[in-house]
Design a protein around this ligand. Sequence first.
Ligand code: SF4
Ligand code: SF4
Ligand code: SF4
Ligand code: SF4
Length: 184
Amino acid sequence: MSRIDERYLSARLNHTRLSRRELLRGLLRPVTTSFAATPPLRQQREIPRPPQAQEESLLVQLCCGCGACATACSNQIISMEQGLPRLNLEHNHCDLCLACTAACETRALIPELPAMTGLVPVFNDNCVLSYGEPCTLCQEECPSQAITLPSAGLPQVSIENCQGCALCVQSCYVSGCHMLSQPS
Ligand code: SF4
Ligand code: SF4
Ligand code: SF4
Ligand code: SF4
């Protein structure tokens, strides 16, 4: 078993939500395959992280603070803060290219998780729709068809479809929306 596998297994064993069945599977099979089947979970985060980051308690244990994910991000939206990668979508969007995951050697970011940041856009009264002007920019830019424009009122987002990329926010010329942690 490699040192990375040992660290990953140790973190999983310390994880409070590890089930007994998962523990047995983990002890009976090679680590890299035994946990690969972890069902996709939409992450709920206090602090924004790269799209395929493990949930916070695991991320803290697995991330070695190497910064390889930040270096790999051509959009420069990952910064290292307190030894952990933080996602910043204020000035650029996430391509969901997953280069950050590919660069991570400790499985703090893993390809088995869905490619989504866990953030969603929240719309405000700056949106021109709120005073009857037409606009479809954010809807057109959304790669997931997650935005619908009602006949009256603010745009609406489907949390199920939204990947949290912030392209909608970057497309808006009046600051009509911003990204927030997904409401539970
Ligand atoms: S998925 Fe791509 S654009 Fe998004 S944070 Fe990772 S490297 Fe950057
Ligand atoms: S590449 Fe992985 S281990 Fe390195 S800082 Fe990023 S998340 Fe942490
Ligand atoms: S791009 Fe901005 S102004 Fe246009 S509909 Fe979307 S939030 Fe409203
Ligand atoms: S964050 Fe991305 S996926 Fe979500 S509504 Fe905006 S453009 Fe669509």
